[in-house]
Design a protein around this ligand. Structure first.
Ligand code: ADP
Ligand code: MG
Length: 392
């Protein structure tokens, strides 16, 4: 990427405020999935090796702009200590005199500030709040790709007030997505699924500009079937997008590939009786909950021939074993393809992780919303605010 990197900064002996994405699931005081913490380790370790003091800031959950013990960073600090094998100084606030005092001397090791969303100024990108962060450090590094699409005090405000750069994770994320968007090795097969077409119209359009083939599964395929005049029963559809779906199909021609068979059931329940039907024969009173085996096979053929794969959105209701086969089949095909594979999206990543296939993918994006907005061609405020390399 052409943004200034943490590697371009002279960090030795400096206090470096690092915006990380430690928005992890916590249950009974324990972090239940530490993926995001682990993904921040390279930048943290780099800073420690260079003799800098990393001061970490993140949001966690959705507290309402005030302290809420349910969303404390305590469990994160504990997990981070285990992963780093070194003590972490966990502070009880994110800003203020106590924090300033504790961080005044350069000190050693990692410090972790309390949840940035314990303050109303975070999501408002309040200048005075951002200024308080700027007084804590000499430099700012953004390593929170998952928060880059938000213009908040800890992603944008403070970046405007300190010499700023991208962290190693953000660099990695942007480099992979740029490669997909501008110079994918071909054939480039994009796979889209998930719940809603409306969420992803922009992503479909953007991918159709660069991909050789776009495979569409998940609930969004039913809006496309409606556009073709098929009955879709009780399947999840968005009537107001059928015209749009028809237009996209016309534009894309053979490059847009839809399922040929569907797993349907009367109810979205694990034990509901299901059957496999052709897409133009969905029985009244049933809903499509997964793509069928023939679809998995056809999608698999496209994927096997690909050199680059971008995947967002499960092929069905993968949370229930009865409707997880489509997603599993596609995940295995991607894993076996040998293609450069990029998986983005919270649920898609959860599906890949559940199958234990995360190590088989070239890149798993930590930014669900952020990666989709980037693919759509939207500017991410947290990235845009960082200086370009040539300005450095
Ligand atoms: P991601 O988080 O990877 O971007 P989405 O949030 O767009 O993915 O979609 C994931 C959700 O889509 C899952 O909860 C899954 O159950 C749901 N889904 C997929 N296929 C269907 C379907 N046929 N009917 C209803 N829901 C579906
Ligand atoms: Mg999701």
């Amino acid at each position: 990427m052409n943004k200034r990197s943490v590697r371009d900064l002279d960090v030795s002996g400096k206090r470096v405020l690092v915006r990380v994405d430690f928005n992890v699931p916590v249950k009974n005081g324990e972090v239940t999935d530490d993926t995001r913490i682990r993904r921040a380790l390279p930048t943290i370790r780099y800073l420690l090796e260079k003799g800098a003091r990393p001061i970490l800031i993140s949001h966690l959950g959705r507290p309402k702009g005030e302290p809420d013990p349910r969303y404390t960073m305590g469990p994160v600090a504990k997990r981070l200590e285990e992963l780093l094998g070194a003590p972490v100084l966990k502070l009880d606030a994110a800003v203020g005199p106590e924090v300033e005092k504790a961080l005044k001397n350069p000190g050693e090791g990692v410090a972790l500030l309390e949840n940035s969303r314990f303050y109303p100024g975070e999501t408002k990108n309040d200048p005075a709040f951002a200024e308080q962060f700027a007084t804590l450090a000499d430099l700012y590094v953004d390593d929170a790709f998952g928060a880059a699409h938000r213009a908040h005090a800890t992603t944008v405000g403070v970046a405007e007030r300190l010499p700023a750069a991208a962290g190693l994770l953000v660099e990695d994320e942007i480099d992979y997505l740029d490669k997909v968007l501008s110079e994918p090795e071909r054939p480039f097969v994009a796979i889209l699924g998930g719940a809603k077409v409306s969420d992803k119209v922009g992503v479909i359009e953007s991918l159709l500009r660069v991909a050789d083939t776009l495979l569409i599964g998940g609930a969004m395929c039913f809006t496309f079937f409606m556009a073709q005049g098929f009955e879709v029963g009780k399947s999840l559809v968005e009537d107001e997008y059928t015209e749009e779906a028809g237009r996209l199909m016309n534009e894309a021609g053979e490059r847009l590939v839809l399922p040929v068979d569907i797993v349907v059931a009367e109810r979205m329940e694990e034990d509901a009786t299901s059957q496999i039907v052709r897409v133009d024969e969905i029985p009244e009173g049933t809903m499509g909950l997964d793509v069928g085996p023939e679809t998995v096979e056809r999608f698999g053929e496209h994927i096997a021939g690909a050199k680059t794969v971008f995947w967002n959105g499960p092929m069905g209701v993968f949370e229930m074993d009865a409707f997880a086969k489509g997603t599993e089949g596609v995940a295995r095909a991607v894993a076996e393809s040998g293609a450069t594979s990029i998986v983005g999206g919270g649920d898609s990543v959860a599906a890949v992780t559940k199958l234990g296939l995360e190590d088989e993918m070239s890149h798993i994006s930590t930014g669900g919303g952020a990666s989709l907005e980037y693919i759509e061609g939207k500017e991410l405020p947290g990235i845009a605010v960082l200086p370009n390399k040539e300005d450095a």
